[in-house]
Design a protein around this ligand. Structure first.
Ligand code: SF4
Length: 380
């Protein structure tokens, strides 16, 4: 199994909180697409003999692409790589950018999963976040997706906005559930450096929610979504049975992936699986396009990943998702938990922060709230 990621670096307007790389002008689209085509081709030798099971268009706002643009990217991917006939092909979609015709065209090209960035069903919250759509457009986007034949729809929501009460968050959660999505990603609002939100916090124009209030909203989210038939399979991700994101899973289990586009990351393991290589592209569409035009790799960094780092990542990613398979850790990396780590596992179970089911160490809902601290205690 392997995955492909494509970063489409354009947005109509930057949201207040977003630190993903994107620009607000579509002017460099043609040079970007030309560079992307070169980059896709350039990794053909690396991808030879590998079957790719997931393709993810992220960004940025991939739904700003025209059907013609998306179609030519998909054709190039299919003619360059072996893409499974049942591959999961996801497109991140902004409700402010879709029409029935566009969605029907995307579906007919083989896109079979939409990830719709809704964030909130309250218009005042959407305005605060700087979103380009209102709540009725969000509802309409899901309706249009169904009408275009998408039966695998994920919605993104954000909680713990400044001053958000449990009642206000429940309103958004309930409206989201009423749309019957197969998958919900619920993220807490993070104040990332170099965003307008961070500047507002520094200027004391807004105050982030206290940690305890955020934890209470997280616990509410876990409870409500699990009561409504969603499996909590990663800190921020919930799926109806059979609807987990295969693409996300590939990131969490060290599956090889190639990322194309400005700021995209890639990871490729060595043949013996005990080390790997990770690289990322520059987060600048002009530099990216120019370097590819000049036959150069548009890299920001390229580094080796050693065994210890792989093991630590597996511990961290396992805790964040559906657990660490202790036996697999041992067989895959020929390295087991040492006595201090085993003692930590015993304490976590005793403190009801984790459960040990056979060889699987899984966090409890209380453990998920403290996931980062627990990972730090367990990593070598
Ligand atoms: S639409 Fe998405 S990628 Fe674009 S600025 Fe907003 S959150 Fe970031």
């Amino acid at each position: 199994m392997a995955s492909l990621y494509l970063h489409i670096p354009f947005c109509e307007r930057k949201c207040l909180y977003c630190d993903f790389y994107s620009i607000e002008s579509l002017a460099p689209m043609e040079e970007f697409l030309a560079g992307l085509a070169v980059e896709i081709q350039s990794y053909a030798p690396r991808g030879e003999g590998t079957r790719f099971d997931t393709v993810f268009f992220g960004g940025g706002t991939p739904s700003l692409l025209t059907p013609g643009q998306l179609g030519s990217i998909l054709s190039r991917l299919r003619s360059t790589y072996t893409i499974a006939t049942d591959a999961e092909i996801t497109l991140e979609t902004n409700p402010g950018t879709v029409t029935p015709e566009k969605l029907a065209a995307f579906r007919s090209m083989g896109v079979n999963r939409l990830s719709i960035g809704i964030q909130s069903f309250r218009d005042d919250e959407l305005q605060f976040l700087g979103r380009i759509h209102d709540s009725s457009q969000a509802v309409e986007a899901v309706r249009l997706a169904r009408g275009a034949g998408f039966d695998n729809v994920s919605i993104d929501l954000i909680y713990s906005l400044p001053g958000q009460t449990p009642d206000r968050w429940m309103y958004t959660l309930e409206r989201g559930l009423a749309l019957d999505p197969q998958h919900i990603s619920a993220y807490s609002l993070i104040v990332e450096d170099n965003t307008p939100l961070a500047r507002m916090v520094r200027a004391r124009q807004v105050s982030p929610n206290p940690v305890e209030a955020e934890a209470a909203l997280f616990e509410l989210t876990m409870r409500i979504l699990e009561e409504n038939g969603f499996e909590h399979y990663e800190v921020s991700n919930y799926a109806k049975p059979g609807a987990r994101s295969r693409h996300n899973y590939s990131y969490w289990s060290h599956v090889n992936y190639l990322g194309f586009g400005p700021s995209a990351h890639s990871f490729w393991r060595s043949d013996d699986g005990r080390s790997g290589e990770r690289w990322a592209n520059v987060a600048n569409v002009s530099t990216y396009s120019r370097r590819l035009r000049d036959q150069e790799r548009p890299l920001a960094f390229d580094e080796k990943v050693g065994l210890k780092e792989l093991v630590n990542e597996r511990i961290f990613l396992g805790l964040r998702s559906d657990g660490i398979d202790l036996r697999r850790l041992e067989t895959e990396f020929a390295i087991g938990l040492d006595s201090a780590q085993r003692e930590t596992v015993r304490q976590l179970v005793q403190e009801s922060l984790a459960v040990l089911q056979g060889d699987m160490l899984r966090l409890t809902p209380r453990g998920f709230v403290l996931c980062d601290e627990i990972a730090a205690r367990l990593m070598v």
